[in-house]
Design a protein around this ligand. Structure first.
Ligand code: AMP
Length: 184
């Protein structure tokens, strides 16, 4: 049916997909970097992205949005505005000035550490975790541990792009994970 809701959604996803630029061998050989800057530069695509990330969670009682450094911040704060909640940053080690909770997680080579302010969330908070790309899921899993370590509940994870072949969703089993674009 031309012009129906399904057509509209398909067109939007196609347009967002086209606005993600794949940059080969960045930052390391063999990695295809999903560059969202063309999408961010397009007014309609930016608005559709923020709305698309936020809308599934409207009415679910989210009380806080957590964004993951650094590209996650760009979309997480407007998602928080859309859901009318507060925003809390999860940052790489050593960036947050106040008392922090910390989680270290495995990378392909070595480890990385993420931090959140210890007073950013509390028991009773219902949290949406937002990032640009879900790859192996290690970053999102560590963020979930940080949020739950503060006593808050993770209601779901919202990303612009899911790299399905890397199995991030398996690592987040039992979680409600929503992606605007799934890259197979
Ligand atoms: P992972 O922990 O493997 O799921 O990686 C997710 C994090 O790394 C996110 O914060 C992304 O911003 C970043 N990331 C991983 N792979 C890519 C990629 N191919 N293109 C862009 N960002 C990526």
């Amino acid at each position: 049916m031309a012009g129906g809701y399904r057509d509209h959604v398909t067109t939007t996803v196609d347009r967002l997909t086209r606005l993600v630029r794949d940059v080969p061998d960045f930052p390391l050989p063999g990695i295809a970097f999903r560059d969202i800057t063309p999408l961010l530069a397009d007014a309609d695509a930016l608005a559709d992205t923020v709305r698309g990330l936020a809308e599934p969670w409207a009415g679910t009682g989210i009380t806080g949005v957590v964004g993951i450094e650094a590209r996650g911040f760009i979309v997480a704060a407007p998602v928080a505005l859309h859901l009318r909640t507060g925003f809390a940053p999860v940052r790489k080690a050593g960036k947050l000035p106040w008392k922090v909770a910390r989680e270290t997680y495995e990378l392909e080579y070595g480890t990385d550490t993420l931090e959140i302010h210890a007073d950013a969330l509390a028991s009773g908070d219902r949290v949406l975790v937002v990032d640009d790309v879900l790859a192996t899921g290690g970053t999102a899993a560590a963020t979930i541990r940080l949020v739950e370590g503060l006593g808050a509940e993770v209601v779901g994870v919202a990303v612009i792009i899911e790299l399905a072949a890397l199995g991030g969703r398996d690592r987040l089993q039992g979680r409600d994970v929503r992606a605007l674009v799934t890259d197979r």
